[in-house]
Design a protein around this ligand. Structure first.
Ligand code: COA
Length: 388
């Protein structure tokens, strides 16, 4: 079986792109990715688009938009994948599989989302369709309400962790200041994130605005290929392991004080890669809400159940800490344009492993993990990456 690798990447700035169309965002990310890989559109055998949509824009059947954005790709086979907030990783997995099978030599993965045409309330209602709607569709507060339920369950068992959540928000906002692609490049500070105020109101349950990822537009792209390319301007990045573990859909069937399937994904992903957590230089993880990052510390094995607050507060996950988590600023600061997110997280890891991450750079980064989660902890994707 062929081992797929990342040959190049591209990324638009994430944010509010009121004046830009989806094809224009795609065009920027794809042009950059092809250029870094030293490839032309004619070298691409297949296109995998991650686009959640769900009503954010009126255009479904969006895979052909890649060929519209780059006319030389208009006859290249293209399809769209959707797996809630893990849509981008679903597109990457499909591309990897097509390359690993030998059917495709070079695949183009694009993740895109345009969310800001909708108000935050409308966005929340659209995103709630990623819950198990039969039981969860009337959750107050949109998808923030779903993660507020995790926070409430966790707080009930282990005590109020609001300060720990504020530490995560402050860390990721501070990290985002060094990320030229981030939606927010502003250090909000711990005091702001700790305190409910007019500018930092409660959104759902114990989650304040500073605990939420924003509503964002943007695109990211990767070229995934069957072999490295000496003429590429960036080193090829390979997978030590690629894991997906799903969980039971209804939240009513799960223990909400932990992400059970995420833990399984981490255990399997590290085992398949033949490494331990200590062998990682950094993690880009799915902080759609700060409570998600907090609970993921336990899922990845950084600490035992109920101890994540200590990890959040003692600097272990800062850029200079034991295991830097979200040196890019994470979804919290970078933004979470649903379909683009998983692709963006892989771009951030590839930049770190190529030592091209500028102010975000983790010293001597040699191995990275990306954890992307879809729905209420349901679709869990883990990549362990290192330079080829
Ligand atoms: N974090 C920090 N600041 C934020 C923010 C966020 N998530 N969202 C908006 N802001 C800032 C804006 O930049 C703006 O600042 P300014 O006044 O200096 O320009 C201010 O807050 C008001 O912005 P607005 O868009 O009116 O805020 P809002 O209250 O309508 O929306 C949320 C805030 C948190 C409700 C919205 O971002 C949200 O719904 N996020 C969750 C999205 C989601 O569910 N994603 C899926 C995850 S699985």
């Amino acid at each position: 079986m062929i081992s797929p690798c990342i040959l190049g990447w591209g990324h638009t700035r994430f944010g509010k792109h009121t004046e830009r169309s989806i094809p224009s965002l795609i065009e920027e990310a794809v042009t950059e990715a092809l250029s870094r890989a030293a490839l032309s559109p004619e070298d691409i055998d297949a296109i995998f688009l991650g686009h959640f949509n769900g009503g954010f824009v009126g255009q479904d059947f969006s895979a052909p938009l890649v060929g519209l954005a780059i006319p030389a790709l208009r006859t290249t086979p293209a399809c769209r994948l959707e797996n809630a907030c893990a849509t981008g990783s679903a597109a990457i997995w499909a591309a990897r599989d097509s390359v690993a099978s030998g059917r495709v030599r070079r695949a183009l993965v694009v993740g895109v989302e345009k969310m800001t045409e909708r108000t935050s309330t409308e966005a929340g209602e659209i995103l709630l369709r990623c819950s198990f709607t039969e039981e969860e569709r009337s959750t107050p507060g949109g998808f923030a309400g779903i993660f507020a339920r995790f926070a409430q369950a966790y707080f009930e068992r282990y005590g109020d962790q609001s300060d720990a959540l504020a530490h995560i928000a402050a860390k990721n906002h501070a990290n985002g200041c060094s990320n030229p692609y981030a939606h927010f490049q502003k250090d909000l500070g711990l005091a702001f994130c700790k305190t409910a105020s007019e500018r930092n109101p409660y959104v759902a349950g114990p989650l304040k605005r500073s605990d939420c990822s924003p509503v964002t537009d943007g695109a990211a792209a990767l070229v995934i290929a069957n072999e490295a390319r000496p003429s590429a301007s960036v080193p090829a990045i390979s997978w030590l392991s690629a894991t997906q573990v799903n969980d039971s859909f209804p939240m009513s069937t799960r223990d909400l004080t932990q992400f059970g399937a995420a833990r399984l994904a981490w255990q399997k992903g590290l085992r398949d890669a033949r490494i331990t957590l200590d062998d990682l230089s950094l993690v880009e993880t799915h902080d759609c809400f700060t409570i998600a990052e907090l609970m993921q510390y336990e899922a990845m094995g950084l600490c035992a159940a109920g101890e994540a607050a200590r990890v959040a507060c003692d600097g272990s996950t800062h850029k200079e800490g034991r295991l830097p988590v979200n040196p890019s600023g994470g979804l919290k600061s970078k933004g979470h344009p649903i379909g683009a997110t998983g692709v963006s997280m892989h771009v951030m890891a590839a930049m770190q492993l190529s030592h091209m991450a500028g102010g975000m750079q983790v010293a001597k980064a040699s191995r990275a993990a990306v954890f992307n989660m879809g729905g209420s902890g349901v679709a869990n994707y883990l990549s362990v990456l290192q330079p080829l």
